[in-house]
Design a binder for this molecule. Structure first.
Ligand SMILES: [Zn+2]
Length: 184
């Protein structure tokens, strides 16, 4: 597949990132009461509104070009396990491709950043900045990223619990608490 846009620009993950889904009925044939429509489902990107199968083939070709099929497979597994609202394999596939286009695994604000990368990209933690916290729900020390900590300020001091996933108030662990955690 030719990986360039209408005006010949390179196609990148950034310009295939989905801003929102689009859907509309397209008039196929007939007039008046005999009008026939087909539903067109698409993705709004920096390259415009792409029909969904077109968008999928572009992002799949880009993933292949970058040799990232394995990470796409892992994103599908993650989506299937973590996103109960996704009902069909098609929905899981599309969701995982959206995550890939957004390069969500490099975003320390992503709720799955620590668990996904611990499992699949441990090298990320050589440079990732993490903070030990203790949430009021589970009362157990756990880690979040500094970015998630920054975000908590705008969430009235709440963050997603690293243990149960619920939003919870928390405190940053004292050095003694962290020490205790490391002894366990
Ligand atoms: Zn919890």
């Amino acid at each position: 597949m030719e990986l360039s846009g209408k005006s010949g620009e390179d196609i990148t993950f950034a310009n295939l990132r989905v801003h929102y889904g689009t859907g509309r009925s397209i008039h196929v044939s007939g007039t008046g009461r005999d009008k026939k429509f087909r539903y067109r489902y698409g993705a709004m990107t920096d390259l415009g509104d792409l029909e969904i199968s077109k968008w999928k083939s572009l992002i799949n070709a880009l993933i292949e070009q970058h040799g990232e099929q394995e990470i796409q497979r892992q994103l599908r597994q993650w989506s299937k396990a973590e996103c109960p609202w996704l009902r069909s394999d098609d929905e899981i596939e599309e969701y995982a491709l959206r995550l890939h286009a957004a390069r969500i695994f490099d975003d320390p604000a992503w709720a799955g950043y620590i668990t996904f990368n611990r499992q699949h990209r441990p090298e990320v933690f050589e440079t990732a900045r993490l903070v030990w916290i203790k949430t009021s729900c589970c009362q157990k020390a756990g880690q979040i990223t500094e970015t998630q900590l920054d975000k908590a300020i705008y969430m009235d001091g709440w963050t997603r619990c690293p243990h149960c996933g619920r939003f919870s108030s928390f405190h940053i662990c004292t050095p003694e608490e962290i020490q205790k955690e490391k002894e366990i």
